[in-house]
Design a protein around this ligand. Structure first.
Ligand code: KG4
Ligand code: ZN
Length: 337
């Protein structure tokens, strides 16, 4: 591999402004994330215009902090990378233009990165993972089963036909009054709950490796409204919150794992990886860990590299020759690449 060794990477596709410095696609020398949680929380969702403005305010600061953390200067870098898509266009433009400007100033090559490739590449960080492997990519916007057969060959084997897993977590959590984004809070409550209290269905799909989560979403929202109605304006008991969270989470994990294992069996793949914000989920991580004794190699990103971050962009810029230089986001097709 002849890729540049030291890469300064920026990520700004949604509501986190992040900068990292990564050596040889594996070693994270610095990783800084400026979250916009406070900006969007009161609206219960990300407001694109506010996100773009907040990126403008943070972009230079995260770059300065990353260089300081690594004890390096811009001139030490071999390349500058940034996420080019998919994502919110105003947000992407801030990160991409910051990175392109830095690359012009320092006279270093610019590498544009696809956000979903970057999530997959989060598994290369601080590991010795090599293709082939299957990656279950679960985030607020995507749910995909990806076969990485070689460094430059990824195929989407299955994906959600409707809602993404993280999106459903957030919608159910919001209905339960847990704030936004509520995935992590719901996960925490689930750990104290009875997963058998609310029996939710595992959706069937026409194609064997596709997912569907809208039925589960509707069932969970309805079950919550029915169960919480008795309490009117009073606070609902904690055990009800926990049991609902546990029942919902158990069904999500069962749905995801069933198809992943079927796919691993069909493709004869023995290495399984996780990526995306929902890979921070405790039950999903546990389900992965439990596969190790069955002869699978399990690779899960560190918590810090599950949700949006720039270290994964640095890894992707190093390893993935399929990177993009435009803001077009549809290069990640379902057919083999
Ligand atoms: O990858 P990500 O940071 O952003 C994109 O969507 O690209 O993923 C964010 C999603 C949110 O929906 C959030 O609720 C979910 O990841 N999430 C979790 C957990 N931590 C974050 N979902 C379930 N369990 C968690 N522990
Ligand atoms: Zn993401």
């Amino acid at each position: 591999m002849t890729s540049p060794s030291l890469i300064l990477a920026l990520e700004s596709s949604c509501d986190d402004t992040a900068c990292a410095i990564v050596r040889n696609g594996r070693e994270v020398l610095a990783s800084v994330i400026d979250s916009q949680f406070d900006v969007h929380e009161r609206y219960g969702g990300v407001i694109p215009e506010l996100a773009a403005r907040a990126h403008v305010l943070s972009a230079n600061t995260v770059v300065e902090k990353a260089l300081e953390q690594a004890g390096l200067t811009l001139n030490d870098m071999d390349a500058i990378a940034a996420t080019m898509g998919p994502g919110l266009i105003g947000s992407l433009l801030v990160g991409a233009n910051t990175a392109k400007t830095l690359s012009l100033i320092a006279n270093k090559p610019f590498i544009g990165v696809h956000h979903l490739y970057a999530h997959v590449a989060s598994n290369y960080l601080e590991s010795d993972l090599e293709p082939p492997f299957l990656c279950l990519l679960v985030s607020g916007g995507h749910t995909q089963l990806i076969h990485v057969s070689d460094w430059d060959r990824m195929e989407i084997i299955g994906e959600t036909l409707d809602d993404a897993v993280g999106e459903v977590y957030d919608k159910v959590a919001r209905e339960m009054g847990l704030g936004f984004p509520g995935g992590a809070v719901l996960d925490k409550l689930a750990q104290d709950g009875d997963a058998k209290r609310f029996p939710f269905p595992v959706a069937k799909t026409k194609l064997p490796f596709d997912y569907s989560f809208s039925g589960l979403k509707t069932a969970a929202l309805r079950a919550w409204r029915d169960a919480s109605a008795d309490y009117g304006n009073d606070p609902v008991p904690r055990d009800l919150l926990c049991d609902m969270a546990a029942s919902f989470q158990a069904t999500v994990v069962k749905t995801l794992m069933r198809k992943l294992l079927k796919c691993a069996d069909e493709k004869g793949v023995k290495t399984l990886t996780l990526a995306g914000g929902v890979s921070a989920n405790s039950a999903l991580r546990q389900a992965f860990v439990e596969l190790a004794p069955q002869g699978f190699r399990i690779q899960i990103p560190k918590f810090a590299y599950c949700t949006d971050n720039a270290a994964m962009v640095g890894a992707c810029a190093y390893f993935n020759p399929l990177n993009v230089n435009t803001l077009e986001s549809d290069v990640f097709s379902r057919s083999p690449l």
